[in-house]
Design a protein around this ligand. Structure first.
Ligand code: ADP
Length: 301
């Protein structure tokens, strides 16, 4: 569904996308991860043909972009980072108006509206004004709107940012349903649990380059020790000095917490029990650990 080779984009003298290759298969959920400024939004804009690359090739649903971007965009549904629903229209009217952008006949759009409302869980809100909807409802409507022309592939830019846990779970449920129906999804997210849950494969971008690529589980297995013991409490500095290097394969102190990455958490925990003032949290390693290892802990804002 998506083939990208050697994509680059410069702004002024700075290369913000630096030789990116991507390959997304039909029916796959593909994650595009990276800290702020990594080049995710620029990459998405390039993929949609909204901006021109300096070099590289893009094929979206078999169509060359940016050359035939308009034709390619007919196959794509887009959920932007910020909801941009029309506040002057009702829920139903937003869907109808959006379908017109794709040149659909009114009757064809009208036939799809009940299914889209049901998908969004907004059947009872069809005539509500946008201002009457909660954040979660607006997001679900934006998602339903992106489906109005029955696209093969969906691009979602941070689909659950700003939503509460209940609303996020509903969006995830909707996305899983779309994947089960055979749609392809490309999403950016800052939530590693979201990527771990949804993405079949993902890339981590940093400074415009792909720094890791693979299935979430495979990335965790290949980049990081299987367990983490987070240690905090009184006497941490002394304990770190005396024991961390001997007990942890790798360790980092962030603020008041020691992150001890290890193959044998039981040994670490056994040692910690001898120092009752210290508390700890033992957990399996996750995608966030991989992300922080590869991109660092420095703020990028
Ligand atoms: P991300 O989405 O990963 O946060 P972006 O793609 O928005 O990253 O930005 C990547 C880099 O490109 C940043 O340094 C940003 O300042 C720069 N950038 C993005 N858009 C423009 C633009 N239109 N003009 C100049 N610089 C830009």
């Amino acid at each position: 569904m998506l083939k990208v080779r050697g994509l680059t984009k410069r702004y002024g003298g700075t290369e913000v996308v630096r030789g990116v290759d991507l390959h997304v298969r039909r029916g796959e959920c593909f994650g595009l991860l990276g800290p702020n400024g990594a080049g995710k939004t620029t990459t998405l804009r390039l993929l949609l043909g909204l901006i021109e690359p300096d070099s590289g090739s893009i094929e979206l649903a078999g169509i060359a972009v940016p050359k035939r971007a308009r034709a390619a965009r007919m196959k794509v549904g887009v959920v932007p980072q910020m909801d941009n629903l029309d506040p002057d229209f009702s829920v139903r009217e937003n869907l109808l108006a959006y379908g017109r952008y794709f040149g659909m006949a009114r009757s064809a759009i009208a036939a799809r509206v009940p299914g889209l409302l049901e998908f969004a869980g907004l059947a009872s809100k069809a005539d509500a004004q946008i201002a009457q909807l909660s954040g979660g409802m607006k997001r679900r409507l934006t998602l339903a709107r992106a489906l109005v022309h029955d696209p093969d592939i969906l691009f979602l830019d941070e689909p659950t940012t700003g939503l509460d846990p209940q609303a996020r779970h509903l969006i995830w449920q909707g996305l899983r349903r779309l994947l089960n129906e055979g749609k392809t999804i490309v999403l950016t997210t800052h939530f590693m649990d979201e990527a771990e849950r949804l993405a079949d494969r993902l890339v981590i971008l940093d400074h415009g380059r792909v720094v890791a690529e693979g299935a979430p589980r495979a990335l965790i297995e290949s980049h990081i020790e299987p367990a983490v013991v987070e240690v905090f409490g009184e006497g941490l500095a002394d304990w770190t000095h005396a024991r961390a290097a001997g007990l942890c394969q790798r360790f980092e102190t962030v603020g008041e917490t020691l992150f001890c990455y290890t193959d044998s958490p039981d040994t670490v925990i056994g040692a910690l029990k001898q120092t009752p003032a210290l508390r700890y949290l033992h957990r399996p390693s996750n995608l966030e650990d991989v992300f922080l290892k590869l991109t660092g802990r420095d703020l990028r804002d």
